[in-house]
Design a binder for this molecule. Sequence first.
Ligand SMILES: [Zn+2]
Length: 380
Amino acid sequence: LGEAHLEARAWFREQINAAGLALEVDPAGNHLGHLNGGPKDTATFLLGSHLDSVAYGGRFDGALGTLAALEALTVIREAQVSLPVNLAVIDFSDEEGSLIPLMGSRALAGTLRPEHLENPLGGPEALQAGLKRAGLQAEGLLNAGRPPGSLAGYLELHIEQGLRLEEAGAQIGVVSGIVGIGFYHLTFIGRADHAGTTSMEARLDAAQGAASFIQTARRSTMAQFPGCVATVGRMQLEPGATNIVPARASLTLEFRAPDENTFRALEHTLLGEAATAAAAQGLKLNIEHRGEHLPAPMSPIGQAAIAEAARALDLKTIDLHSGAGHDAQSLAAICPVGMLFIPSVDGASHSAREFSTWQDCINGANVLLQAALHMAQRLG
Ligand SMILES: [Zn+2]
């Protein structure tokens, strides 16, 4: 909700009007362009993504899916295709989480909670300032949920942000699901001692427990959980002096897995290894759960529609899961969702190096259009 983002959205509102769609800005700031063709009280099928970007990000992440959706609706309107649903293009607010991750899509799904607003990733001042700039209210965000049954489904085109399509020589990725992410804060607790007079045998060195855990976590994740990842991204030693054996080592643990069974098994393994690493060094271990996003499987109807559309257009597909979060995962809680990827050159994303060829963008938009028509027919 910075100035550049609001400028992009002002431009997008003009495009919605120019395309002959009915503009709606909901209480979460989500921008919708409605193509109402179905009977009254017909459910709406959404196509879209997000126009916000990370700082110094690229031009394709989110913007591609939003504009391809607008183009698809324009084509459907011009061709006067009649469908058993209403259609709308959507640009979700703050997908990237500069303020709150997946803010707009979770608000629309009705899963945004007061605690998300109380503890925003970007800090409370940035949230207040952003909402004010965009003319939004916190209460509005919490009341932006759509009534059950009002949404027929959701379909999103996005860049892959990885190398799997490029490596497979495929043009379209059929997303089977979006990974779940678990967050923990672990503290290994030992005893501070003189670094010169305490023998190696006599120490309760918290750093040793943490270091041993980090190495074991990498080995076991690679050996037992192919395709999953586990990351210790931050670690702090206390008291934190050159000549004191560390009494406490606290670290963040983040792990990702594609389905709920694997997610729970990985979580169980990692926490067990932390306990074993602590015990082996005579340390205590404090485990604090800091939240999770459960894996979001994509709907079989969505996957089939994307695969079928790509086949008809003679494009090679692979099935893959998404290691990054997307608005589609918020929507998966309330309606059937499909998601497709196009290749990212060198896998680069969240960087100015981000690039997808125009031919891949066109392929993606064509599959989006055809898959949307299949899904709309099936779900109407
Ligand atoms: Zn994105």
